[in-house]
Design a protein around this ligand. Structure first.
Ligand code: BGC
Length: 710
C-alpha cells in the first residue's frame, strides 16, 4: 500500500495501526473537537436540562442521544462521515441504566437477586434494544459502594459490598458488551462513577467525600479493578471531591492507579459538567484551568463542560498540556470507535419498534429478575396466602404505573407497566378483590381513608402497597428522612387497628426506616421498584407460586441515627460497650437477610486443606439441604474474617456467593475455590498486597471453619 493511502479505512489492517494512521492525519483542531461530548435530541434527564447544543460540528467526538429511533442518529452520523475531512464516525451514548424500553428492576434490587447470570441476561437485552435504537454506548453499570441510604443514588448501584459490586459490575459488562463490541446487538459499557462517589457525606449528592487511602483501596477501588478484568470499554470520572482532589482532576486515581498500575487502555469520560464543576469545588480558577487539570489527570472526554472545545488548543500551544497527552486521549477514543466497528458500520439499520422492544423472551427475563430481586423481609406464616376469600388491596402503589419504574427509567413507557392490582387480580382468580387507594405518597389528605377502612373491614387479608415514588431516589435525590411518610404510617395504623392480617408490599429505591410498620405487618415483601414487568412476580409470591429468594444487598437501618450502618465494619475497641443507649445498635434487617417459604439446613464446612501457603488455592465445600415444604432457590454466602493482622480487617468480608435451586427434600453441594493471595490477603494504603501468616476464618451460614496460613 502506498504511504498516501488511508490505512485507517481498511478493515483488514490491525486496529492499532489504523488508530495510529488516523491520528497521524489529524490536526490539533480535529483532535480537540473529538474529545467533547454534546447532546443530540430533546434531553429528558431532569438534572441536566437546558443545555442542548445547536449546530453540532461534523468533527464532534461523541453525542448523548435521546432518541428511540435511529433516524436522527443516522442523519447526524452522515453529516460526520460526509462533511468532515477525515470521515470519523460519532460515538453515541445514553444512560440505559436498568433497561431501555423493557425496564428491569433498579440495580439495587437486581443485586438482591444474587444472580449475576440473570443480571447479565437483562443487560444483554438492554444492549440489544439500545443498539438497535441508534446508541453505541451506555453509561452503566454504576459500581459505587454505598452505605448511606439517604443518598438517592444507592438505587443505581449494587449495594454496600465491594465484592458484590465487582461481580455484578462484571456481569453487566458481559451483558452489554456481548461477545464482541462490533456485534449488532452489543454496546460499550461504562463503569461509573470513578471513584468513591458513594461515600457522599451524609448522603448529600455531589458533595465532599472523606476517603482515607486505606479505605480507597479496601472498599472503593476493588469493584473497578475487578470489573475492568471483564473488558469494560470505558469508565466515567466522578463528581465527588476525594479528600481534597475531585475525581475528575485526580491524577492518582485516573492515571497512577487506572493506567499505570492496572494498565487500562479504554476511554475515560467525565461525568456531566464535572470539568466545569472543578471551579465550584475550589481546585480550578476558571474553565480553562479546569480543562487543563482534567485532561492532565486522565479525563479523555469532556461531557458537556465546554472546556476542551474552548481551551484545549490554547493549552497545547501554551505547553500546559503536552501534545502526547492530547494524542493519548484521542487514541483511546479512536480505538473504541474502531472496536465498535463504527468505521465499517456507522449507521444503525432501521427496524420496527415492535421487533426491537419488549420481545416475549425479554419480558420473561424481566419478570424472572423482578421475582428473584424481591426480598421477603418478614413473615409470620401469613404468606403464602391460603384460601383467602376476600382481599383488600390498598395504598398509593397499588394501582400505580409510573412509580414501578424507579429512577433513570430510560425510555420505559407507562402504558407497558403491569400494575400491582392487575397482577394480583390475574393471579388470585378465586379471590374477591377490592381496591382503595387510601392516600397519596405524601401530604395530609385523609379523605381516602374511609374507603380503605371499609375495604379492610370487608376483607380477610389486607395488602398494603406503600413506599416511595420512583423519583425520590436516583441522582440529586438525597433524603434526610427515610422513614415511611407520615400519611402512609397513619393509614397503616388505622388499618392495623381493625385487626385483620396485613401484608406490606414496599416500593422504594433505598432501604427505609420502617419503624412501627414492622409490628403492624404480618408479612413484609420488599418489591423495590421492579420495572415494567414486576407485578406478576409480587402476585406469584403472595400466592405461593413463586418462592421468594432475594436477599438484601444493603442493610436496612433500625433508625436514621445509625447511618452509616453496614455489615463489613471493623471491630470496636470494646465488644461489650459503646452501643447506643437509646435504642438497639443492630440494624432492622441486615445485609443478606431474606426469608423463604422453605427451610435450609447447612452442613459442616470442609476444606481441601486447612494449612495453606501463599499463592495456593483452597476448595471450601458445604452441603445445603432443603428440609422445608417447598422447592426454593438459596444463595450461599462465603465470608472471610482475619482476626488480627497488621492492618485490621473488617469483621467479615464477602468473598463468594452462589445461588441455586434446591428441590424440596434434596441436598446440593456448594464448592468455592479461594485464592490465598487474592481472597485471604489484603492491601495497604498504596494497594500493595500482603498475605500474613496466621489464622483466617471462613464463615458460611451459621457454620465456621479455621484455616491457617503458613
Ligand atoms: C450522572 C451520570 C450520567 C450523566 C449523563 C450525570 O449527571 O451523574 O451518572 O451518566 O449525567 O447523563
Amino acid at each position: 500500500m502506498k504511504p498516501t493511502e488511508k490505512l485507517y479505512t481498511d478493515p483488514t489492517v490491525p486496529l492499532d495501526i489504523r488508530v495510529e494512521d488516523l491520528l497521524s492525519r489529524m490536526t490539533v483542531e480535529e483532535k480537540v473537537i473529538q474529545l467533547n461530548q454534546y447532546t443530540l435530541g430533546t434531553n429528558d434527564i431532569e438534572n441536566n436540562k437546558g443545555v442542548e447544543v445547536k449546530n453540532i460540528p461534523a468533527e464532534i467526538g461523541s453525542l448523548i442521544y435521546f432518541g428511540t429511533e435511529p433516524e436522527l442518529r443516522n442523519r447526524m452520523q452522515r453529516h460526520a462521515m460526509e462533511n468532515s475531512r477525515l470521515g470519523i464516525p460519532i460515538l453515541f451514548g445514553y444512560d440505559a441504566i436498568h433497561g431501555f424500553r423493557t425496564i428491569f428492576p433498579i440495580p439495587l434490587a437486581q443485586a438482591c437477586s444474587w444472580n449475576p447470570a440473570l443480571v447479565e441476561q437483562g443487560c444483554s437485552i438492554t444492549a440489544q434494544e439500545t443498539k438497535q435504537s441508534g446508541i453505541d454506548w451506555t453509561f452503566s453499570p454504576m459500581i459505587d459502594v454505598s452505605r448511606d441510604p439517604r443518598w438517592g443514588r444507592v438505587a443505581e448501584g449494587y449495594g454496600e459490598d465491594p465484592y458484590a459490586n465487582a461481580i455484578f459490575g462484571q456481569a453487566a459488562v458481559r451483558g452489554y458488551q456481548g461477545k464482541k463490541l462490533d456485534d449488532s446487538i452489543s454496546i460499550a459499557a461504562c463503569l461509573k462513577h470513578y471513584v468513591g462517589y458513594g461515600a457522599s457525606e451524609a448522603g448529600r449528592d455531589y458533595v465532599y467525600t472523606e476517603i482515607s487511602r486505606q479505605t480507597l483501596w479496601d472498599t472503593y477501588l476493588p469493584p473497578y479493578e475487578i470489573s475492568l478484568r471483564s473488558g469494560a470499554a470505558s469508565l466515567m470520572s466522578s463528581f465527588n471531591n476525594i479528600s481534597g482532589i475531585p475525581g475528575s482532576a485526580n491524577h492518582y486515581t485516573l492515571t497512577e492507579i487506572l493506567r499505570n498500575k492496572w494498565g487500562f487502555r479504554g476511554l475515560v469520560v467525565s461525568d456531566w459538567g464535572a470539568v466545569l464543576q472543578l471551579i465550584n469545588q475550589g481546585v480550578a480558577k476558571d474553565l480553562k484551568e479546569a480543562g487543563k487539570l482534567a485532561l492532565n489527570a486522565g479525563v479523555d472526554i469532556d461531557m458537556m463542560s465546554h472546556s476542551y472545545d474552548k481551551y484545549l488548543k490554547e493549552l497545547v500551544a501554551e505547553k500546559e498540556v503536552e501534545p502526547t497527552v492530547l494524542d493519548e486521549s484521542v487514541r483511546r477514543l479512536l480505538r473504541l470507535k474502531f472496536q465498535l466497528g463504527l468505521f465499517e458500520n456507522p449507521y444503525t439499520p432501521k427496524t420496527e419498534a415492535s421487533a426491537r422492544f419488549r420481545r416475549t423472551a425479554s419480558l420473561q427475563v424481566a419478570e424472572e429478575l423482578s421475582a428473584q430481586s424481591m426480598v421477603l423481609l418478614k413473615n409470620d406464616g401469613t404468606l403464602p396466602l391460603h384460601a383467602v376469600k376476600r382481599l383488600a388491596v390498598i395504598g398509593p402503589m397499588a394501582n400505580n404505573d409510573h412509580d414501578m419504574l424507579g429512577c433513570w427509567w430510560g425510555h420505559g413507557e407507562d402504558k407497558d407497566i403491569h400494575k400491582l392490582l392487575d397482577g394480583i387480580t390475574d393471579e388470585l382468580k378465586k379471590t374477591e378483590i377490592r381496591y382503595a387507594k387510601g392516600c397519596d405518597f405524601l401530604g395530609e389528605d385523609e379523605s381516602g381513608f374511609k374507603e380503605a377502612l371499609q375495604a379492610a373491614k370487608w376483607a380477610d387479608v389486607v395488602v398494603m402497597c406503600m413506599g416511595e415514588k420512583g423519583n425520590w431516589s436516583g441522582e440529586n435525590n438525597s433524603h434526610a428522612d427515610i422513614t415511611l411518610p407520615q400519611i402512609q404510617q397513619r393509614l397503616m395504623q388505622k388499618i392495623h387497628a381493625i385487626g385483620k392480617k396485613v401484608i406490606l408490599v414496599l416500593a422504594n429505591g433505598r432501604p427505609l426506616v420502617l419503624g412501627s410498620a414492622v409490628d403492624m405487618s404480618n408479612a413484609i415483601l420488599e418489591m423495590w421498584q421492579p420495572g415494567t414487568d414486576g407485578a406478576s412476580a409480587v402476585a406469584g409470591i403472595l400466592s405461593g407460586r413463586i418462592n421468594p429468594s432475594g436477599k438484601l444487598a444493603m442493610t436496612f437501618p433500625y433508625s436514621q441515627g445509625q447511618i452509616p450502618i453496614y455489615y463489613n465494619r471493623r471491630s470496636s475497641a470494646r465488644s461489650n460497650q459503646g452501643f447506643y443507649k437509646d435504642m438497639t445498635s443492630e440494624p432492622l434487617y441486615s445485609f443478606a437477610h431474606g426469608l423463604s417459604y422453605t427451610h435450609y439446613s447447612y452442613g459442616e464446612l470442609s476444606a481441601s486443606k486447612t494449612t495453606l501457603s501463599k499463592g495456593e488455592k483452597v476448595k471450601v465445600s458445604v452441603s445445603v439441604t432443603n428440609d422445608g415444604e417447598h422447592d426454593g432457590m438459596e444463595t450461599v454466602f462465603l465470608y472471610v474474617s482475619d482476626p488480627y493482622s497488621r492492618i485490621s480487617r473488617p469483621v467479615k468480608e464477602l468473598k463468594r456467593f452462589d445461588k441455586r435451586m434446591i428441590r424440596k427434600g434434596e441436598t446440593e453441594n456448594f464448592e468455592f475455590i479461594l485464592d490465598v493471595n487474592r481472597d485471604l490477603g489484603f492491601v495497604d494504603d498504596q494497594g500493595n498486597l500482603f498475605v500474613e501468616a496466621g489464622e483466617v476464618k471462613i464463615c458460611i451460614g451459621d457454620k465456621k471453619l479455621s484455616l491457617e496460613i503458613k
